[in-house]
Design a protein around this ligand. Structure first.
Ligand SMILES: *[C@@H]1O[C@H](CO)[C@@H](O)[C@H](O)[C@H]1NC(C)=O
Length: 289
């Protein structure tokens, strides 16, 4: 009797555990659709989110939580076919005049021509830190994982686990680093055919609308900000669990080599190499010893 009821209890516990740990109701729990009048949709019991864009409007969503540091993964499948003129933005941002922001923006293209992955980092309202990449895979054929590691030492952008960009904390050189303002996750799909594709030469073909981008498998190992305090402030510093390893994660040798590989083979624009743009000298974070 006792053993059969404890077996049932165990079964119940594991069912409940399974309920919480898998991604069922993932998007319902973590995000709100914010604009686009029904063009942003949460589907499949919360496992899938889609944004769409047509001539009348784009659409967007945002996280319910704000975060202060985290390792955040999302799988995206971008607008396929002729996506010229469309931009899918996926980013973290705080609010107010001196805001911080960490950006992925995917610039669409004609069928068969490559997307550009545009990245930027704003600290205290100042950006102008663009780096752009082609990808080594077709981001429209399937879902791929885009991650942001944001801890006190650096910000790292990843595609499918490969680091593509590192923005180091260079406060010691007078470069502000995002570390005091909690950020929310945002994403939107919108029309930017005045600049996005070949600098605005290729316009959106509205006969292809609606354009759709899809999201799944959101995962955040992060410090959630609530009522003016971080969920990590009390325990993370003293915690040694694997769950908070990201808070002090650095790029290991393999990571550094892969980052170099991407930058050598796939980077198509780097503000730190744009001496024409900065005639008074490159920004201080570019001068790595
Ligand atoms: C689109 O394709 C053209 C031609 O290959 C390329 O120059 C451009 O960088 C691609 N991406 C965008 C977003 O314009």
């Amino acid at each position: 009797m006792a053993s059969s009821s404890s077996a049932i209890l165990l079964l119940l516990i594991s069912l409940v555990g399974c309920f919480f740990s898998n991604s069922t109701a993932n998007f319902y729990q973590n995000f709100d659709t914010t604009w686009g009048d029904g063009r942003a949709k949460i589907l499949n019991n919360g496992d899938l989110l889609t944004l769409s864009l047509d001539k009348a409007s784009g659409s967007g969503f945002q996280s319910k939580n704000e975060y202060l540091f985290g390792k955040i993964d999302m799988q995206l499948k971008l607008v396929p076919g002729n996506s010229a003129g469309t931009v899918t933005a996926y980013y973290l941002s705080s609010k107010g005049a001196g805001w911080d922001e960490i950006d992925f923006e995917f610039l669409g293209n004609l069928s068969g021509d490559p997307y550009i992955l545009h990245t930027n980092v704003f600290s205290q309202g100042k950006g102008n830190r663009e780096q752009q990449f082609y990808l080594w895979f077709d981001p429209t054929a399937d879902f791929h994982t885009y991650s942001i590691l944001w801890n006190p030492q650096h910000i790292v952008f990843y595609a499918d686990g490969t680091p593509i960009r590192e923005f180091k904390n260079m406060e010691s050189n007078g470069v502000p680093f995002p570390k005091n303002q909690p950020m929310r996750i945002y994403s939107s799909l919108w029309n930017a055919d005045d600049w996005a594709t070949r600098g605005g030469l290729v316009k959106t073909d509205w006969s292809q609308a609606p354009f759709t981008a899809s999201y799944r498998n959101f995962n955040a190992n992060a410090c959630v900000w609530s009522s003016g305090a971080s969920s990590c402030a009390s325990n993370a510093a003293s915690s040694t669990s694997a769950d908070s390893a990201w808070l002090s994660e650095e790029l290991d040798t393999t990571g550094q080599e892969r980052l170099k590989w991407v930058q050598k083979n796939y980077m198509i624009y780097n503000y730190c190499a744009d001496t024409k743009r900065f005639p008074q000298g490159l920004p201080p974070e570019c001068k790595t010893a």
